[in-house]
Design a protein around this ligand. Sequence first.
Ligand code: MOS
Length: 766
Amino acid sequence: MDGNLGRPGAIGTATPRVDGRLKVTGEARYASDFPLADPAFAFLATSAIARGRIADIDEGEARAVPGVLDILTFRNIGDAVKRTKLFSDGGYVGSTIMPLGSDRIFHDGQIVAVVLAETFEAAREGAHRLNLSYAPEAPSAGFDSPGAETVAARDVSSTFEDPAVGDAEAALATAAVTVDERYATPTQHHNPIELFTTSCAWSDGKLTVWEPSQNVTGLKYGLAEQLGIEPDNIRVVSPYIGGAFGSRGSLTQRTVLIAVAARRLNRPVKLVAMRYQGFTIATYRAETRHHIKLGADRDGKLVALVHEGEEVTSRPDNYKVAGTDASTRLYACPNVASKVSMVHADRNTPGFMRSPPEVPYLFALESAMDELAIALNINPVELRRRNDTDKEPIKGLPYTSRSLMACFDAAAKSFGWDRRTPQPGSMRDGDWLVGWGCATTMYPTQVAPAAARVTVTPQGSVKVQTAAHDIGTGAYTVVALTAADKLGVPVDKVIVELGDSDLPPAPVAGGSNTTASICNVVAKACEQIRAKIAAAAVGADSVFKGADAATLVLADGHLQGPGGTSEPLDKAVRRVSNGAIEVYAENIPHGAPPDGIAKLYQGHPALAGGAKLKDRIQFAFGAEFVEVRVHALTREVRAPRVVGAFAAGKIVDPTTAKSQLMGGLIWGVSSALHEATEIDRRVARYVNTDLAEYLIPVNADVEVADVILVPEDDRQVNDLGIKGLGELGNVGTNAAVANAVYHATGVRIRELPVRLEKLLDAPVAL
Ligand code: MOS
């Protein structure tokens, strides 16, 4: 570790993860790694039908398995679980389907029993020997299924508005050039490497929960509601999280069931759900359909944009993907119309998955923009330039900063875009048809109210505590860098504690808000510490006597003032306290409600920003370029080269930032080419529910994945100028791939994934 990070400027210095060693040596404890005293083990039994009723449960054989202790079903759970609201309606749960609530089956793979046993193996055998009989009904699998019900988002949500301005249909009717196409994206499941695990232990009416979580405070409050107990009787511990991608932001059914089981047995209970169960006991990316209509003048300036989206959701819940907030505001356009609808089917409730709205909605828009560029015979980069804007078109609000074209220029240059010949199939390399495509990415810059406690000792050791979450993104590292920067101590002197609901509350690790929210509140706490130290120094008989306290800085382990005055940190700290200086700080960002901290304390983070502000709009942007190679004979698709340039305000740690963006790009490519959860539509069941059929790209698949960080300074978004970028990297990549495939083959794939069978009829000569 570079030892000279103890100064202003640590923020922005490429730094390896401070928790890297713990992780690679296996010392980092994930939720199910925590030892429990004499635990019982749980195994979930899940529904074999997607719709209907449980007609009977024969527990005899299961209870006879040696070691089986108890079996929880809807028949014996009583009223142990209280009904609560969906997170989007002010609750905490990701589905309103009650855990073991009744004999009703809402989707395939629904939890129907929890078998508890002395060992994992006995619990599993018990679950397999549980005999359930069903009264099945014909399920609706999704779009176009008989019985599926479509509702408009604006009709079922009091807060949702379909963005619109001008008269899009009239403008389309007279536009010089139009594109009118339909696009679709499939069901996808986040498969974090860490399984869906929950351990619960009660002691004197107090419950400890170990669970990988993106919102430990929300989990605490939501679970308290479900159990009908005081929130302060619950502690949620989640220091390390093996991936999340949105799957751990709201409560799933398993948590309360394990808490109830542990109370019944009066013994800690551990659940490590199976990989296949993760597909139905948690959320997923809903399949979507889009109708896009673009109208442009001969110069390529948009005159009309219509975006209608349809999304599959569960029978009882109105989960919205709703990416029109972004897609209607990306380009200058005087006439915009949009509509979001949900289609209720017999499926588990979908939810957040990395860049939930932007991934599907920008696939549609950025594919259509490529089609428009072709119709106009304009370079796709030039088309974006002609429609660039510093104001969003719906309300005319200014972007706080927008470096979209700087990103396009940087990425195009690095990629060599000027060597592209536009004709499909024109860049053939032997048997390989080479295609180059590009697309825009955008992601809302969101900041939430947050709290943190910072402690500094005379020895110069610093502790930062906040109930934020490191879902693998580098949160520990950016927090440590912030404290190192503001307190002038080396980064390895900073201890960061996250992921525990007993710490000062922090927002959900969602919406890419953690770095901006947490670093700003930590910086605030550090500034209060500096101010205390400085005030004591100027008021005492010291080299700083009489100086302006505001001019004193903490750097290189010293308090430093005008004219080269300096004294060691320990001396300066001791003037305030012989023990430690401890400061608790809260931050309410621009646009967050005044009661944002009160809400935060109840696990309801008020994410402010994006297109939700009244006075301005704040997004991060990027440009992505992909090279695909389609084999002329086999139509095998490769994507050997990806270049992305991104501008996301101040970058706290370029190392972790690049890692996030690169991961996003690579996932974006594999998602576009391979990723779909296939559904047996007759029975509304996912069929490829394992990792064996989940194609994970390796180095040989994407040989070059270059990330360019375009400098951007935006002090409007927050004091540190941080925009956040965890989700920025995998938006638009799907469209860039499909656009490149078109360029290679002349085949326009409007329904993901791309897959070679869709390219068999390519018009390009073999
Ligand atoms: Mo992310 S899908 O906002 O957790």
